[in-house]
Design a protein around this ligand. Structure first.
Ligand code: SAM
Length: 161
């Protein structure tokens, strides 16, 4: 599994708990202080041996994984800086294989995907990635809206073809 955007390791822990026997999770985090907290949390959850945290800009880490000839990832979770979502989606395809599942979080963003003036920083990247999900022949995708205590949002679920 590959995760882009670790923060404190909350999603990392949930995903690592779902790994099959022999599976591993690599997660990308830009800020060392977030990575340190995540490492402590993942270790206290007893999952440290399954999780590698790479610190740095995710685009650099993803390029490094390609250069290293990393085995294809079966599952990719995208949840970092939204401006780079289209690039992360492209990397998910390049580092995946046919059948790889991709989840991209925060694709409704309180409706900013319909009104970019609500968030001119994040909305453009989210919209570009949604357009890519609809048009890129390498992907089949759908979007699920969510409404809850954290507000109105949604996630995209895609399959690499
Ligand atoms: C929304 S949080 C991740 C939350 C986490 N996935 C969870 O659900 O528990 C986004 C994280 O992405 C990190 N981030 C932002 N830009 C990044 C980049 N260019 N490369 C790697 N990580 C980045 C932030 O520092 C932050 O920790």
């Amino acid at each position: 599994m590959l995760e882009i955007g670790t923060l404190a390791g909350f999603s990392t822990i949930w995903m690592a708990q779902g790994l099959p026997d022999g599976g591993r999770l690599l997660t990308c985090e830009y800020l060392p202080k977030h990575a340190d907290v995540a490492r402590a949390n993942v270790d206290s959850a007893g999952l440290g041996h399954l999780v590698e945290i790479r610190v740095g800009a995710a685009l650099d880490t993803l390029q490094a994984l390609a250069d290293e000839g990393a085995e294809p990832f079966d599952f990719v979770f995208i949840d970092a800086d939204k401006e780079n979502n289209p690039h992360y989606l492209d990397w998910a395809i390049r580092l995946g294989r046919p059948g790889t599942a991709v989840v991209m979080d925060n694709v409704v963003w309180e409706g900013a995907v319909l009104d970019q003036s609500m968030d001119t920083v994040n909305a453009p990247g989210i919209i570009s990635a949604l357009t890519m999900l609809g048009e890129d022949p390498r992907l089949d995708a759908t979007v699920i809206q969510t409404v809850g205590s954290k507000g109105w949002d949604g996630f995209a679920l895609a399959r690499v073809l």
